[in-house]
Write a protein that binds this ligand. Structure first.
Ligand code: CIR
Length: 261
């Protein structure tokens, strides 16, 4: 899919009050803002028009906009994020997305879905069931996607607590190219509805690098993971390397920082 737009939200001053299991210390908010600005610059360089929402200090995790919606070529679905402190983030995202999508179905309680658990591959959606996305949310999302003409299947990552979200461990780059964390390779290979032409394995010491993002003709990758970057380059990807240290401290990566459509 060729993207023309992205929605982002810079971190608020209390970004450090968000959820984290990373044990890497508190993020430096000024540095996070710089890294965010570089990320937005990279999206613009890829040809995207970027809508930047106001920072939202009521929701310190709200810079991770990806979790609040599933946006496709044919329509969007507003999620109900699985962490109670993040549930309210969907409200303002809904206001923004209604400018682009007349029909915006929502995931309803008791369902929960975090967008970070949803991975699209050529019209098929992998739905990660995780500590954040529950079975009710996955079922509701599958119905909404079916109405849009998309197929979907579930990948249960609950036995893999190192992965916060499905896309913490996998990325689809198009043309059958997958980037996959060492702990989830068998699960991805067993998915019968996707084409796996080239599986780029991510070794344990570089696990964070699995969260990379294809944006048109570029792949955004996190700085500091030479093995994964070398493997991606070997597969013919044009890499844009970005520093994400402050978002990593809050369990976030490159995909989480935008909705792309
Ligand atoms: C959270 O725990 O919800 C945030 N601190 C990190 C969310 C990262 N989002 C993502 O991977 N899609």
């Amino acid at each position: 899919m060729q993207f023309t737009r992205a929605i982002v939200r810079p971190p608020a001053r209390n970004f450090a009050a968000g959820l984290s299991s990373a044990a890497l210390g508190p993020p430096d908010v000024a540095r996070a803002l710089e890294q965010h600005a570089e990320y937005v610059g990279a999206l613009r360089d890829c040809g995207l028009t970027v809508t930047s929402l106001e920072p939202d200090a009521e929701h310190p995790d709200s810079t991770f906009v990806e979790d609040t919606a599933i946006v496709t070529e044919r329509g969007a679905v507003l999620t109900r994020p699985g962490a109670p402190s993040r549930e309210g983030e969907a409200l303002s995202m809904g206001r923004c997305l209604r400018n682009f999508f007349a029909d915006l179905p929502v995931i309803a309680a008791p369902g929960t879905v975090d967008g970070g658990d949803i991975c699209e591959a050529d019209g098929h959606f992998l739905i990660g069931v995780s500590a954040r996305t529950n079975e009710s949310g996955a079922r509701q999302l599958a119905v909404h996607l079916d109405r849009l003409g998309y197929s979907s299947s579930v990948v249960d990552i609950r036995a893999n607590p190192a992965l916060l979200h499905l896309k913490s461990g996998i990325a689809y780059l198009g043309d059958g190219i997958w980037v996959v964390d060492h702990g989830i390779q068998a699960e991805i290979r067993s998915q019968s509805r996707i084409v796996v032409r080239d599986l780029i394995p991510v070794v344990a010491v570089e696990a964070y690098a699995a969260n990379c993002v294809r944006v048109n003709d570029a792949v955004l990758v996190a700085a500091g993971f030479p093995l994964t970057s070398a493997a991606l380059e070997k597969s013919g990807c044009r890499l844009v390397t970005l520093e994400t240290s402050e978002f990593r401290k809050m369990d976030g990566g490159l995909s989480c920082l935008s909705l792309r459509f």
